[in-house]
Design a protein around this ligand. Sequence first.
Ligand code: SF4
Length: 207
Amino acid sequence: MDWTEWELEIDTETTAMITPSEVIEYVFCPRYIYFMNCLNIPQHEELRYKVLKGRELHERREKTNVDYLRKKLGVIKKDVAVYLASKTLRVRGEIDEVLHLSDGTLAPLDYKFTEFTEYIFQTHKVQSTLYAMLIMESYKKPVTRGYICYAKEGSKVKEVLYTERDFNQAKRVISEIFDIIIKGFFPKKTRWQNRCIDCCYRNICVQ
Ligand code: SF4
């Protein structure tokens, strides 16, 4: 075990941390976090299923299409399945790929099995921003953009350009999630009522 693994082990044992998947769930509806973390009621597995499918697909792609992104995005090197944790951010997660780009910056690449829509992209953008913050802190190198590959649609790759506003928004979301988990704060429901129609919590959620 090298010192990095040792540090991570200490961090995750002593510091409460959330994952980017939980952030996606929060962005979808803040009450998901309350029902899952405060009341310990698990949700249906659809979101996690899609994450897993993305991983499987990524593993297949890894074997068959090694040079694809290198040519398209100017990748000179990549680290695959990188687990990072930050005590400062209170976030941990495994990034599908950390790309080393020819301009000296780094970029996260995340594979998704979902179909691309503008809304889905905005949700994934928050996750990508968290990955960018984890990479900057761990690698001590700039991260100005990231990539999301929608593998279900023939490897449609979307570029994410991070702004200071994106980083501040991600930090605010983390803080709001910890207010729910640690203080038991009952959050407002989602603004989008159509999300309640097939929600697994609709029977216990005060509308
Ligand atoms: S029923 Fe609506 S407000 Fe309640 S948890 Fe589900 S999506 Fe959120």
